[in-house]
Design a protein around this ligand. Sequence first.
Ligand SMILES: NC(=O)c1ccc[n+]([C@@H]2O[C@H](COP(=O)([O-])OP(=O)(O)OC[C@H]3O[C@@H](n4cnc5c(N)ncnc54)[C@H](OP(=O)(O)O)[C@@H]3O)[C@@H](O)[C@H]2O)c1
Length: 308
Amino acid sequence: MGNEMRIVSKGSKDKYIFTDVCDEHPESIEMLHRLAGDDIDTTTTNLDITNLDAIRKMVKYNDVKMIVNCAAYTNVDAAESNEALAERLNADAPKNLAIAMKEVNGLLIHISTDYVFGGDPYNTPCKEDQKGTPTGVYGQTKLHGEQGIIAANCNYVILRTAWLYSEFGKNFVKTMLNLTATKPQLKVVFDQVGTPTYALDLANAISVIIEDYKEETANYNQWASYPKNGIYHYSNEGVCSWFDFTKMIAEIAGNINCDIKPCHSDEFPSAVKRPAFSVLDKTKTKKTFEADIPYWIDSLKYCLKHMM
Ligand SMILES: NC(=O)c1ccc[n+]([C@@H]2O[C@H](COP(=O)([O-])OP(=O)(O)OC[C@H]3O[C@@H](n4cnc5c(N)ncnc54)[C@H](OP(=O)(O)O)[C@@H]3O)[C@@H](O)[C@H]2O)c1
């Protein structure tokens, strides 16, 4: 997600500092140049967000007014046996960022997940104020992260998203692009329904929030709070199963020789039960930020065009 923030911030008058816990990823830098040109900012400053003092220093030294947190422990299955690390990164770290923003009355934009839901059976899109019912450690620790941010009482926008993919890193689209090109047959689950989210669309939505915050707070005194503090949902528009998603990836890519069949989730046993219906209701986001959200197939076509 951080790479998409680099792309959308290109040309902005604001100063952005991109941080990570380790050194740069050369393959991401290459992709950044391909997607956004030679003049894209690829510098990365080292920052471990589990270290509150390090965050405080960074905020003070650079007079940081806003943080967009794209970092997380995102391996859903591995989280089951790495609970302490998942909690540090998904719960303690966002709370650290929230504390640092509270101290300077800045804004924390934090990315959360549809995996905070899933324990209760339902078949209508999840709303922001619906009770969290995570089914595993990843969802539980991400829910703790949200609660820590709210308790820190800073200005915050928590954006829950789902089924994130992009040109960068490992993700479902890249995996299926490869599998449908190389395998004669493939089984994909049809009993888990949700909405894919193109990371660049989410980054554009974050830019809209940043501009809104700047505008809203321009007229306030330094310590006023942002009237739009809260939890919001963001995915692309529409609904599909993982099976439909894969069929569409193969169709757009022209991978016509792979026979793709639907199957049930229990054919792929995993450490965590995934939400069966993880569609996010985006009404509040669209109303509050006047966000124009692209349809999932349109965004998938755009992304695949760049990827291939
Ligand atoms: N992927 C999805 O389908 C999905 C769905 C819903 C919500 N989300 C949420 O969306 C956000 C972005 O997800 P993503 O898929 O882009 O994640 P990702 O690719 O796994 O990236 C996470 C980043 O966090 C960094 N990181 C790890 N430990 C850190 C630390 N101590 N300090 C600073 N940075 C650290 C990682 O650095 P290294 O790479 O150097 O380790 C990595 O760059 C997350 O909040 C995730 O929970 C994702």
